[in-house]
Write a protein that binds this ligand. Structure first.
Ligand SMILES: Nc1nc2c(ncn2[C@@H]2O[C@H](COP(=O)(O)OP(=O)(O)OP(=O)(O)O)[C@@H](O)[C@H]2O)c(=O)[nH]1
Ligand SMILES: [Mg+2]
Length: 422
């Protein structure tokens, strides 16, 4: 028990019924009162706001004290509660599900989530309740039509990552202005990547909170491994990643590993140095001055000292995210690029390879997200990484690509239109 912690919302559908479906945390299995209180408060609000409550019990193991407690708190919401007696695929459960009537609710449905049994009955029960509450699914589809007419711009996907306990969830809660996500003193509070839609400065956002990433060697439990994979998936899905670092323990090896993962996935990056209320401003300034040295792969990335708790500079992180997103999407014309290339090569020619010098003839941007460039060279010799990094950094500064990784692909061939190697 106790796997789900933060509540999660998704779109539910059974046949022609569509509805918003919310998964909540059960109230047992928490060693920690701070978390338990947050979950209980949140669940109370969610149950009040719901049109229908699906009260799931385990028919296989039978009713427990906590089921009776919850039934008591749901007494006033009985008119909108359906008891779902789960695990009825087990023979024991089939006999026992009738016991669930003891909770005192009118509607009890034998169910098996694993085998999809009972969906038909659930459908009937939901339909009846929706009708009783005057919900007409046709109305809903009309709404969505007007929504598509307006064709809103797709939301900007921002994923917040970092080591456990650095303040990721607190940061998102501050932006939302409510305690949407669970936070806590001990590491490992967030378990699943949680997505929240929001607008900031008139812009649609999709913010993703993630489970803190620990060093691989220290990840022992299966649950923790699943959480880590979920976080990596969220990085892949992101457009901009906010890497949160704890200013009281800044730039640990794991912070750099995560930054590298973000860049390897080609996502735009913003660094937030959190808990700055706990250290001196001198210390913060010193870290900000050194960030280019610590992360030479991506010179010029925004690094902002913030406090998720007090809200200090939180807005600046959002602004930097918009800027990084712009850089990530930026396209430079081939003419401009090659003028820049000639200058840059003159100022600092490529190194010798054996007796000859590699000559870079031409370059062009082949894609965005992240910006990717093809460099055409005469000799089939690889350019040293230090040199491509020099080019990338100059390119980044000149054309405002700050905050985005850049990819340079070296291709052999005199003329891009006659690529002999292919
Ligand atoms: N002083 C101070 N404390 C903070 C700040 N931001 C977060 N905290 C505290 O740090 C602790 C961890 O915050 P969370 O937001 O739960 O951290 P998290 O990164 O989501 O942690 P996991 O979900 O475990 O990965 C909580 O006790 C917060 O109150 C801050 O700016 N200043
Ligand atoms: Mg968290």
């Amino acid at each position: 028990p106790g796997v789900t912690r933060d509540w999660q919302q998704g779109l539910g559908r059974i046949a022609d019924l569509t509805f918003d479906l919310v998964d909540t945390a059960g109230l047992i299995g928490f060693e920690n009162d701070q978390l338990k209180d947050q979950i209980r408060d949140r669940n109370t609000v969610l149950m009040q706001e719901a049109d229908v409550i699906l009260f799931m019990v385990d028919a296989d193991s039978g009713l427990m004290g906590s089921d009776h407690e919850l039934a008591e708190t749901l007494r006033e919401s009985a008119y909108k509660t359906i008891v779902v007696a789960n695990k009825c695929d087990r023979s024991q459960a089939e006999r026992q599900y009738m016991d669930s009537y003891a909770l005192g609710f009118e509607k009890v449905i034998p169910f098996s989530a694993a085998h999809g049994l009972g969906l038909g009955e659930l459908y009937d029960a939901l339909k009846e309740m929706f009708q009783a509450q005057n919900y007409d699914n046709d109305d809903l589809s009309e709404d969505s039509e007007t929504a598509t007419e307006r064709a809103p711009e797709p939301p900007l996907l921002i994923t917040v990552v970092g080591r456990p306990n650095v303040g990721k969830s607190t940061f998102i809660n501050y932006i939302l202005g409510e305690e949407r996500l669970l936070t806590g003193d001990e590491p490992g509070v967030t378990r699943d990547a949680i997505t929240v839609d929001w607008t900031f400065d008139g812009r649609a956002l999709r913010l993703v909170d993630t489970a803190g990433l620990r060093r691989k060697a220290r990840i022992q439990e299966k649950l923790e491994h699943i959480s880590a994979m979920d976080t990596l998936e969220a990085i892949r899905f992101a457009q901009v990643v906010v890497l949160m670092i704890d200013a009281t323990h800044p730039f640990e090896k794991q912070d750099l590993t995560i930054a590298q993962q973000v860049l390897d996935e080609g996502r735009a990056l913003v660094i937030a140095l959190n808990k700055s209320d706990q250290v001196t401003t001198e210390l913060i300034r010193e870290f900000l001055d050194h960030v280019d040295m610590i992360l030479p792969q991506i010179k010029g990335v925004s690094c902002i000292g913030i406090s998720a708790k007090t809200g200090r500079n939180v807005k600046d992180v959002m602004k930097a995210s918009f800027k990084a997103f712009k850089a990530w999407n930026l396209r430079i014309s081939t003419g401009q690029l090659n003028r820049w290339l000639m200058h840059t090569l003159e100022a600092h020619p490529p190194p010798l390879a054996g007796r000859t010098r590699v000559r870079i003839k031409y370059m062009t941007q082949i894609k965005t997200r992240p910006p990717t460039f093809a460099l055409f060279v005469t000799k089939p010799v690889d350019l040293p990484e230090s040199y491509t990094r020099y080019l990338a950094n100059d390119l980044r500064q000149t054309f405002n690509f700050e905050g985005s990784p850049l990819r340079l692909i070296v291709r052999k061939g005199k003329n891009p239109y006659v690529d002999k190697d292919k």
